[in-house]
Design a protein around this ligand. Structure first.
Ligand code: EPU
Length: 417
């Protein structure tokens, strides 16, 4: 097991380039199952979740060639193989195997997903969608069995605008008979990215990025080449780290529009933000105002940046209230930050954060974004060494984290425990 060692107190300076979006990549790779010929994905992030997904596709019989940021997937030899166990258990997003396999083979057996378990994360809306399309869905000993004689387009109203359910239904419906309409669909940029790939494969999907998505089913999809959008959560994490260390960083390869909820909050705190076509500069300063933040579905403030933002708000003057309306209890980073001297208490869905100095400590990342929050906290502490264990979680979402931070002047290194 490895841990991250951080001697903080150095303002981050320089340029960091953001890789492709994790949460797009892990939907786009299974989407390739729906094609009959080669799909080429560019701007792929180098992450453990991507490696697991390529392993899953190879187990099904696909040929996967992954070199640098490009993955070539030839799905033509894929077979319908049950996957109740094995690599699907390592990933939360293995639920996309259900929609993709159901779309192509009208059947699938997929073990219930693993991944970051900061709270119970149901998939009832995914299942409601598959059933509405005509599939029979049962849970047998922890594996979801799906079967349909044929998939028929229909209207599906999501009770919660779930990112995963929206994408999963798009995957299955792309090869259904007739039109499917998803109402109260999630609007996250990753959904547009998946729809763009599917349309390049020959699907007919309109309205992705709005609350109503219409999918006209087609009988066959073909290969294509697609470049993945930049990772807005990774970009946001570096923006927050730049501000927390009072640095001056150009975050390159971003879509500034995706960052609006964060940039607005950072500006409200008094942090300098300069926006360019594909980059954002963050200019830190000695003191920040407290703010209240509500994590909501897109285009609201991203829940995935809630934990990193908690660390930034410890650097503001006065009391900030950070509430999460997507997940009710995503606060595993809080007790660890408190070990570092932060004055935070959790009340219901909110963290109440009183600004103040942090101290070096040994802390543990319990999930991916909690890990990012602890790294940012460590970067603000100049005396002593902060040790962050649970690095395997952080590696699920941040490629080249240590080398990127070192390039920005941080004193960070990996150490084997
Ligand atoms: N929900 C249900 N029923 C469902 C699906 C979701 O009640 O069938 C609830 C969830 O419990 C949650 C809310 O709806 O309270 C939103 O969940 P959503 O389905 O949108 O989340 P997800 O698709 O499972 C993706 C990202 C998460 C990110 C959320 C919200 C992937 C693989 N994961 O999860 O990313 O937090 O959307 O934006 O795309 C991360 O990157 O650290 C991460 C956890």
């Amino acid at each position: 097991m490895e841990k991250l060692m951080i001697t903080g107190g150095r303002p981050l300076q320089g340029t960091v380039s953001i890789s492709g979006a994790k949460n797009s990549a892990i939907a786009l790779i299974p989407a390739a199952i729906l094609a009959e010929s080669e799909v080429i994905l560019d701007n792929l992030p180098l992450l453990s979740d991507v490696a697991v997904y390529s392993e899953i596709l190879e187990e099904l019989g696909a040929t996967v060639a992954w070199e640098g940021s490009q993955m070539r997937i030839d799905p033509s030899s894929i077979k319908s193989i049950p996957m109740p166990n094995g690599p699907v258990k390592k990933l939360r997003a293995s639920y996309y195997m259900m929609g993709a396999m159901l779309g192509r083979f009208k059947e699938a057996i997929i073990g219930l997903p693993g991944g970051c378990n900061f709270e119970p994360r149901p998939i009832d809306q995914h299942i409601k969608g598959f059933e509405a399309l005509g599939a029979t869905v049962t849970n047998e000993h922890g594996a979801i069995h799906l079967h349909a004689k044929e998939l028929r387009g229909t209207k599906i109203y999501l009770d919660v605008s779930s990112v995963g359910a929206t994408i999963n239904i798009m995957l299955a419906a792309a090869r259904a008979k007739g039109a499917t309409i998803i109402e109260n669909a999630a609007k996250e940029p990753e959904i547009i990215d998946v729809a763009t790939l599917l349309n390049s494969m020959g699907a007919i999907i309109k309205g992705a990025g709005t609350e109503t998505i219409r999918i006209e089913g087609v009988s066959e999809l073909h290969g294509c080449r697609h470049s993945i959008i930049p990772d807005r959560i990774q970009a946001g994490t570096y923006m927050i780290a730049a501000a927390a260390t009072r640095g001056n960083v150009l975050i390159d390869n971003v879509i500034p529009k995706h960052m609006e909820a964060l940039t607005a909050k950072m500006q409200e705190m008094g942090i300098g933000i300069e926006e360019y076509d594909e980059s954002i500069r963050v200019l830190g300063s000695p003191s920040y105002e407290h703010v209240d933040v509500k994590a909501l579905v897109y285009p609201g403030f991203a829940t995935d940046l809630q934990s990193p933002m908690t660390s930034l708000l410890t650097q503001a003057q006065g009391v900030s209230v950070l509430s999460d309306f997507v997940y009710s209890n995503r606060f595993k980073h809080v007790p660890e930050l408190v070990r570092m001297g932060a004055k935070i208490r959790v009340e219901g869905r909110s963290a109440i954060i009183e600004g103040g100095k942090l101290n070096a400590a040994k802390v543990k990342a319990a999930d991916l974004r909690a890990g990012a929050a602890l790294v940012i906290a460590g970067l603000t502490v100049s005396e002593g060494v902060t040790e962050v264990s649970g690095v395997e979680y952080i590696d699920r979402g941040y490629d080249h984290l240590v080398s990127n931070l070192r390039l920005l002047g941080a004193d960070v290194w990996r150490q084997t425990e």
